[in-house]
Ligand binder design. Structure first.
Ligand code: APR
Length: 261
């Protein structure tokens, strides 16, 4: 379980860092009421596997099923609020030289909490686009400007192609620039704080490996070890909503000791 020495060691590394990179996954949003991917899907989606729904072929085969799943997830996200884990990262950003969040999450909660430098590696569930990108990539469509319902994928008002969520599906390229920036940050950071990811999906799962190879200290926050365990220097075991606020307290305590307070 979480120990004070580990928190203090992590706090010292973060305090001394010129650049802190945070790599976050679905686990940080769990305490906002949003289910993670590899824990059982809740309710009516329990019988579907995300890897069967979040793909271009699933959308072309059954657009209305995929649309309905994303409408369900969008409504879930719309009702959710950032939790103490998200807020602790905003607090951390104010206490270190520079902090960049590299998130796999599509719920937008880091920005809503107040994080100012967020790289959305897998897009954003609150944005929708023409599946044909008829007016450039991406052709964003504001759903409030078109007739639509929860069950049927609507047509693009410009070209008639179906509208889809602006998220990265399995087999698709990540948003141009996002991946490059994420790896640049991973290679330059002094600390990478990995929060709430199973570390199974590439290329995001390689970010902590790159960071460690470049000499960064890798700190993981998770109730259980993930696939990135081999490159983790400090494992802070527990839910993000509890551990990250404790890490902020440890940062303050380290700062007080340094100032001789
Ligand atoms: N705090 C921190 N971590 C938690 C919490 C919590 N309260 N609850 C669960 N976790 C951890 C789990 O132990 C697991 O390691 O969060 C992780 C969630 O893993 P996944 O469900 O695999 O989510 P993620 O790693 O973000 O998935 C990556 O896969 O389906 C794709 O595009 C999708 O972005 C997603 C990607």
């Amino acid at each position: 379980m979480l120990s004070t020495p580990e928190l203090n060691t992590a706090a010292e590394a973060i305090s001394r860092a010129r650049l802190v990179a945070v790599s976050s996954g679905a686990g940080i949003s769990k305490e906002s009421g949003i289910p993670t991917f590899r824990e059982a899907q809740t309710g009516l989606w329990a019988r579907y596997d995300p890897e069967q729904l979040a793909t271009p072929s699933a959308f072309s085969r059954n657009p209305d099923l995929v649309w309905a799943w994303y409408m369900f997830r969008r409504d879930l996200v719309a009702q959710s609020q950032p939790n103490p884990g998200h807020h602790a990262l905003v607090e951390m950003e104010a206490r270190v030289s520079k902090l960049v969040v590299l998130t796999q999450n599509v719920d937008g909660l880091h920005r809503i909490a107040g994080s100012t430098d967020v790289v959305e590696l897998h897009g954003n569930l609150r944005r929708f686009k023409c599946s044909g990108d008829c007016r450039g990539s991406p052709t964003i469509i504001d759903l409030d400007t078109i007739e639509h319902d929860q069950e049927h994928a609507p047509a693009c008002p410009h070209c008639g192609a179906l509208i889809r969520p602006d998220v990265v599906w399995y087999g698709e390229m990540l948003p141009p620039g996002a991946l490059e920036r994420a790896f640049d940050i991973a290679k330059q950071c002094d600390v990478m704080l990995v929060v709430g990811t199973s570390g199974v999906v590439q290329p995001a799962a390689s970010l902590p490996v790159e960071a460690r190879h470049a000499g960064a200290t890798v700190i993981e926050v998770n109730p259980m070890p993930s696939q990135i365990a081999p490159v983790v220097d400090i494992f802070l075991q527990g839910p993000a909503g509890q551990v990250l606020p404790l890490l902020i307290d440890a940062l303050q305590a380290f700062r007080n000791r340094s100032l001789g307070a």
